[in-house]
Design a binder for this molecule. Sequence first.
Ligand code: SAM
Length: 209
Amino acid sequence: MSRKKKTGGWRRFQGEDFFLKKAQGRGLVSRAYFKLQELDAKFDLVKPRQGILELGAAPGGWVRYIEDKLSGHQNLYIAVDPSPFKSSGLAKVIRGKSNEPRVSEEIERILGSKKLDLVLSDMAPNISGVRIVDDSASRELAEDALNTAFKYLAPGGKMVAKLFQGSEAQSFTAVTKECFLKTVLFKPSASRSESREIFVVADGFKAGR
Ligand SMILES: C[S@@+](CC[C@H](N)C(=O)[O-])C[C@H]1O[C@@H](n2cnc3c(N)ncnc32)[C@H](O)[C@@H]1O
């Protein structure tokens, strides 16, 4: 192994070990908590008295971050996933998939006439190992998040959607640039360096377009 490779590997190991240890030390389910913490610090996402919808909430790292931050405040927070996850009770939990009609019906029942300020998606497909298949599945989930934003986001609202880096991410951001005032691609340092995940952060929803 070359010296360069060794150094890179060591750095990566140190970085991962840091977030893993930090998560374990705080009794967190995974490093995911720190990804949202970093996204929030950079893009000012999670705020009291706002309407938040999270897609792909299990096993609950982001739920824990949002509930920690919003504890004691009045918030409308809906969290969706087909798999189970823990909540302190602040989140209105919906078990199901983002594209299921009964999930939309439940979201509409909870929202009534209200609109959301933030749509978050950390949804990820089951990985097949075939890059083109996985990229397209991840793009589909990001499209689901965008469709959800179209239905429920208030003008000026924000959306964060995860997908895999590559041409799908580029073409997806071309779409979000049309529908939002600003779009940024961001990879938090808590995200594993070998993971191709990246977050599209879109701000300033142009409703009605
Ligand atoms: C990386 S995990 C999310 C981690 C979570 N943000 C956390 O902090 O613990 C991806 C999740 O996406 C969920 N998922 C995949 N497809 C989905 C869909 N169509 N609707 C809702 N959730 C979905 C999976 O069940 C899985 O729990």
